[in-house]
Design a protein around this ligand. Structure first.
Ligand code: NAD
Length: 321
């Protein structure tokens, strides 16, 4: 009887799909049930995984595992070395959440440019006239945008910003540069130089050794005075303390942040102190529509792996198949 662990809540549509298979055993675990996970994982065929870190010991204990099915596209919470060593494929949801994250990047960019949080607070506090007189928001029109990472999400952000009349440059050294020019955008040959030319920077890379703290104090210094930063990728891509310092110094105009170095962030997080930041709780993939799509994809990846026909296109370590 195939056994699937679902760790943390997902859309019920996935349960329906899994239950359509006769004899499926489904074990649902709450976020904090770490100890039970270690026992349950030993004979599970699949785990549908949201945020929980799956470490090497968890993975080595999973003797029957046919797929680690991520409810997302980032897989930095899975010990990939252990997954590879054990020959376990790690599947993601492909492009199921790309549009949703792209829309959130646009929201954060607009909310930061229009100083959404500060103005909302002013209205509620009865500060109407003073807030209006300051004229402190900016336009997206004619600004130079730097999209860092031209994968599934970056590719959707770029044309949406182009539609606002922005001059879109793209930095992604890992793809053929004609993919950028063919899409109508300007490739940035040098990341540091491009940072210094952009008015607005939006991050869409994975988290890895190269991108961890890619935006640190030096990178922030290189940015134009008055630049705006959006991060919907992974928290550790940005040094949060350095960003806070740059906001305090007035060098960075505003920031829109969905992801944090520590999640959930402690209330002492320095970014909380700034009214010119707009913060969201890692909701890049959490529209109602996307939550549904993601769950269905995770369940389908699980069924396909059990049937021995997991689609390689969703697997981040296809060499183990
Ligand atoms: P993707 O793999 O399709 O694209 C990532 C792109 O980044 C690739 O084209 C790659 O070549 C490029 N890249 C890698 N290193 C780079 C570097 N040093 N400089 C510039 N470009 C680099 O991934 P995607 O689906 O577009 O997702 C991007 C990231 O967004 C994910 O890895 C994930 O961490 C994050 N994400 C966040 C949320 C959220 O809820 N906020 C949801 C989904 C994805």
């Amino acid at each position: 009887m195939p056994k699937v662990i679902i760790h943390d809540a997902i859309d019920p549509a996935a349960l329906e799909l899994l239950n359509s298979r006769p004899g499926m055993q489904i074990v649902t675990l709450e976020r904090e049930e770490r100890a039970r996970l270690r026992t349950e994982i030993s004979d599970a065929d699949s785990i549908i995984l949201r945020y929980l870190p799956l470490d090497a010991d968890d993975i080595r204990a999973a003797r029957n595992m046919k797929v680690i099915s991520r409810h997302g596209v980032g897989y930095d919470n899975v010990d990939m070395a252990a997954a590879n060593e054990c020959g376990i494929p790690v599947a993601t949801i492909g492009d199921a959440n790309s549009l949703t994250v792209a829309e959130l990047a646009l929201y954060l960019m607009l909310a930061a440019a229009k100083q959404g949080l500060g103005y909302d607070k002013s209205v509620r506090a009865g500060d109407w006239w003073q807030a209006r007189e300051e004229a402190r928001t900016i336009e997206l029109y004619d600004k130079t945008l730097l999209v860092v990472g031209f994968g599934r999400i970056g590719k959707l952000v770029a044309p949406r910003c182009h539609a606002f009349g922005m001059n879109v440059t793209v930095c992604d050294p890992y793809i053929a540069q004609n993919l950028i020019t063919d899409a109508g955008f300007t490739p940035a040959a040098d990341f540091n130089e491009a940072l210094g030319q952009a008015d607005i920077i939006t991050l869409h890379t994975p988290l890895n050794d190269e991108t961890r703290h890619m935006i640190d104090a030096r990178a922030l210094e290189r940015m134009k005075a008055g630049a705006l930063l959006v991060n919907t990728s992974r928290g550790p891509v940005v040094d949060g303390q350095a960003l806070s310092d740059a906001l305090s110094a007035g060098h960075i105009y505003a920031a829109g942040i969905d992801v944090f170095e520590e999640e959930p962030p402690p209330t002492s997080n320095p970014l909380f102190a700034h009214d010119n930041t707009i913060l969201t709780p890692h909701i890049g993939g959490l529209t109602r529509e996307c939550f549904h799509r993601s769950a269905i994809r995770c369940a389908q990846n699980t069924l396909d792996a059990i049937d021995g026909k997991l689609d390689k296109a969703f697997v981040v370590n296809p060499e183990v198949l």
